[in-house]
Every structure is written in structure tokens, then in C-alpha cells.
Ligand binder design. Structure first.
Ligand SMILES: [Zn+2]
Length: 206
């Protein structure tokens, strides 16, 4: 499995390209802007990006979707509970002085029961509300893509609309910390970590 990270968008979010080397099938996890390097890497490696998987609906993770979806010919998937977040994108961006034609468009809603694969590798979808109501983490083989739920040494903020610290704490303790300690965690911002490291060293939830 190949994992590539691209730091993108106005708030330096991590977008990850995850590919199965055998089948050449891939997913893009979060999509913060049009990143030429992603398009080049996809082309040069002959990848077929099946899905753009959104960890949640905050503008800094979804604002590249409309353009990248077309360029990659990929389906955009998100939890229905974050629909209202996505639909605030245009309004929120205008407060930053950024004008966009329309809100990000998604194709299908997914949740913990949805089954997805790249090649023969299953993608497990974990429902982790707290940072937003519809927050999802994606477990692909032994790697976890944690969006803004869990960061290295820290957790996602819960003071924005739809946030709840008690839900976030529950998601981290009872969903993410149940994973194997060796699980590598690729968060929505900043550097990677592991479940075992966070259980010992996270400043907010241990
Ligand atoms: Zn967020």
C-alpha cells in the first residue's frame, strides 16, 4: 500500500492519497484544494482514484472537491450528518474573502455500515462524532486516517457548530483507542502518530 501526504488549503490540512499497488486502485482522503502534485502522482503511477473520502464537512477539508472530483473522475463520499457543514462552505469562505461558485458536491452518503475496498484491501469506516456530528475515520489495513478527531498529542476542537467534547472523548476512548497500539495514525493536520503513543501521551484524552 502506498500513502502520500499533501499539505493543502488555507489551513494546511493533510490530504492523503492511498493506493493499492496491485490493482492501482486508490482513494483521496480529504480534498482541500486543487493540488497539481496529486494529479501528477496519480497520472505517473497509473492510479485509478475511485473515491474522495471526506473525514468531515469542514470547509478546509472539502473545498477542493468540485474541481478534483472532475479531474480524478472520482465519487465524493461523506457522512450525511455533515451535510449541513458542507453546505456552509460558501458562506464561511466569503468571511475569509474567498469567493466560490458553489458548495462542494458529494455523490453518496456513507456510514459505519458502508463497505468499500481498494483492490482487495477493505476500508473500514469508523463513526467518530465529536469534532463534528458526522465525523468519520478510515481504517485501511493497519493505518488509521483520523481527520480532525485525533491529532498527535491533541484532539480536534469541539467549540464549533455540531461539536461535542463528551462525544469526541467517547469516540477516541471507545473507538480509536480500542484499535491495536501499533496502528499508525494519519491525522487531518500536523504529523502522524500511533494509537499506543496517544494512549500514553495525548494531552486531552488518555
Ligand atoms: Zn475540522
Amino acid at each position: 500500500m502506498i500513502i502520500k501526504r499533501y499539505i493543502a488549503g488555507p489551513i494546511e490540512a493533510n490530504n492523503y492519497l492511498v493506493a493499492d499497488e496491485n490493482s492501482k486502485e486508490a482513494v483521496l482522503i480529504d480534498c482541500s484544494e486543487t493540488v497539481e502534485k496529486i494529479l501528477d502522482d496519480v497520472k505517473n503511477s497509473g492510479l485509478n482514484v475511485k473515491y474522495i473520502l471526506l473525514t468531515h464537512g469542514h470547509f478546509d477539508h472539502v473545498m477542493g472537491v468540485n474541481d478534483m472530483k472532475q479531474k480524478l473522475n472520482a465519487k465524493v463520499l461523506i457522512n450525511e450528518k455533515d451535510k449541513s457543514q458542507v453546505e456552509m462552505t460558501k458562506t464561511i469562505l466569503s468571511t475569509f474573502g474567498i469567493h466560490v461558485e458553489k458548495n462542494p458536491v458529494y455523490d453518496e452518503f456513507i456510514d459505519g455500515n458502508t463497505e468499500l475496498k481498494i483492490g482487495e484491501i477493505p476500508i473500514k469506516i469508523l463513526e467518530t462524532p465529536g469534532h463534528t456530528e458526522g465525523g468519520l475515520c478510515y481504517q485501511i489495513a493497519d493505518k488509521l486516517f483520523s481527520g480532525d478527531t485525533l491529532f498527535k498529542n491533541y484532539v480536534g476542537r469541539t467549540d464549533l457548530p455540531g461539536g461535542s467534547f463528551s462525544k469526541l472523548e467517547n469516540s477516541i476512548k471507545n473507538v480509536l483507542y480500542k484499535l491495536d497500539d501499533a496502528t499508525e495514525v494519519f491525522p487531518g493536520h500536523n504529523d502522524m502518530t500511533t494509537i499506543g503513543y496517544e494512549k500514553k501521551h495525548n494531552e486531552i484524552v488518555q
